[in-house]
Write a protein that binds this ligand. Structure first.
Ligand SMILES: [Zn+2]
Length: 346
């Protein structure tokens, strides 16, 4: 086995931090849009951790986390194993400040669709080709994945989601989540081995744990997301013996304990501006009003109430061009709030 870790054009020998690109797609100007990648190889043996951000083009907090971890916090001389960092997984979405690829309106990770975009099509659409290149060059080389997303303003809650319905990855995912140390949403839907080959399903089939992170204030580089993200990634590396040191508890933002469960989306029945009356992470009883929709005269049109006892994790507001959270306004049917319950709630 070679001692060189090669990802796209980046090559790292033991002790190196190297940069390069995964070859992307060509625009009609014949300019190529590639995917920048950082690769760090430790001087001792250990697992390969892949940290990716900005699968959705407006969710940029993870970019800073990857830069700080790989350029400041980890010295390859202290590292057992390797880190592959991809700050912007979908440059086609990022370049147009859009959630999805502007060129074909597709989601690189296959999220939110009955027929999700898969990573097995080298001759597919532009975004399918990016997914294929990411699988070939990066995801298929990982022993562990941290996939950093973000919710948007206002006041969302930092959380992580683990899919524990796959016996091959369940224990490692719990270990990653406990080490990262934020509110944990648990989905125990059984994993189907014949699931469509999205990036996430391909690693799940191999038994590679893939932790989904949701930082907050996704359009910006800001606290507490930067510190929480860096601390969480380093904690996972410590827990899996890639680095020396103790796991540090997360602090400075709300953390809901227990195994949390995603319950649903609240949608607007009226259109207008929206004001929020409660902060995500606050325990709410069924029937508590948490938002008001009002018109351009200032009249309240709808009081939005909690459907069950539980918590709100984010206020995505209205969608525009497939991009949630564009403005503090909603149309009929807009997703206003994501809500969840905890195994430890009263
Ligand atoms: Zn996302």
């Amino acid at each position: 086995m070679s001692d060189v870790l090669k990802v796209g054009t980046a090559e790292a020998k033991p002790g190196d931090l190297s940069k390069g690109v995964i070859k992307g797609v060509e625009l009609n100007t014949s300019d190529r849009i590639d995917i920048p990648v950082l690769v760090m190889k430790g001087t001792q043996k250990g697992p390969t951790l892949l940290v990716v951000s900005t699968q959705h083009g407006i969710e940029i907090q993870g970019v800073e986390v990857i830069h700080k971890v790989m350029r400041e916090k980890v010295n390859p001389k202290d590292l057992r194993g390797a880190i592959i960092g991809i700050p912007v997984e979908n440059p086609l979405a990022y370049m147009h400040h859009q959630y999805l690829s502007w060129i074909d309106n597709q989601d690189l990770g296959g999220g939110g669709s009955a027929s999700p975009l898969t990573a097995d099509k080298p001759d597919g659409t532009a975004t399918e080709r990016l997914a294929y290149a990411l699988w070939q060059e990066a995801w298929s080389k990982a022993d562990m994945v941290i996939n950093i997303h973000c919710n948007t303003r206002p006041d969302s809650l930092i959380f992580q989601e683990i899919l524990v319905g796959n016996p091959k990855t369940k224990d490692a995912l719990w270990k990653m989540a406990k080490a990262f140390g934020v509110t944990t949403v648990v989905d125990d839907t059984p994993f189907e081995e014949d699931s469509p080959p999205t990036l996430a399903n391909l690693v799940a089939k191999k038994g590679v744990p893939d932790l989904l992170m949701e930082l907050i204030d996704g359009r910006w580089i800001s606290e507490p997301s930067t510190t929480a993200g860096i601390r969480g990634v380093l904690n996972i590396m410590k827990a899996f013996d890639m680095l020396d040191g103790e796991v540090e508890p997360q602090e400075g933002f709300p953390i809901i304990g227990g195994a949390c469960k995603w319950e649903g989306v609240m949608r607007a029945n009226r259109g207008g501006l929206i004001r929020f009356l409660k902060v995500p992470g606050e325990f709410l009883r069924k029937g508590d009003a948490f938002a008001e929709i009002y018109d351009l005269y200032g009249e309240v049109l709808e009081e939005v109430t909690m459907p069950i006892d539980g918590y709100i994790w984010a206020y995505p507001c209205g969608d525009i061009l497939g991009t949630p959270g564009s403005m503090q306004t909603v149309q009929t049917g807009a997703n206003i709030a994501y809500y969840f319950t905890s195994s430890e709630q009263k």
